[in-house]
Design a protein around this ligand. Sequence first.
Ligand code: C5P
Length: 223
Amino acid sequence: MHAVAIVAAAGSGSRLGADLPKALVPLAGRPLVCWAVEGLLAGGVAEVVVVVPAAQRAEFEAVLPPEVTVVDGGATRTASVRAGLAAAGSAATAVLVHDAARPLTPPGAVARVLGALGAGALAVVPVLPVVDTTVLVDDDGLVVDAVPRAPLRRVQTPQGFDRATLEAAYDALEPDAELTDDAAVVRRAGVAVTTVPGDERSAKVTVPHDLALAELTLTLGET
Ligand code: C5P
């Protein structure tokens, strides 16, 4: 199976408080996006497309390996993934979509997604259980109800897809739709989404504390 990875790196990442795009923020001296690309290649993808903010394209090209294709992103994550899909090479039969903001996704987690696609799944997401009590609140912040947590899962990336299935689902999506992940796009098209175990090290770097945790993970040699 020839898989292309699309790395969504076109967000501003303002919650991290840095004055450069989140994907260029250094982790142990290397930009987050470089860590993410390395994990995908080590996990078995054949080619990588990185979707970047148009204004910073040169900065991304300067740090990424030459074999990576770099394309301009859009105003939303959904638009950015569309741009990445359009730039994927014709040999790819499978697509993994990954957040640049998940720098320490281990190769084994990538391989589990590829394995499920190889076994015939059309769409695959890595998931983790919800460990906290989870509740619904009203507009005043009052608890309305507890949600049974046993069937709940947190969804990570990379998410894997049969290429034709993902392309058809994006083609069918309204042009201005904004969905937070790609599994939601194929589910809208009626495609069943399979789950595989995710990994805590795939955590998304959103706020400064997440970056500190990622640095600690590397220091402890847990990757
Ligand atoms: O904002 P959030 O952390 O949910 O973004 C998830 C991923 O989507 C990030 O890696 C970000 O760079 C990417 N993204 C994008 N294009 C946008 C917005 C977000 O590629 N317009």
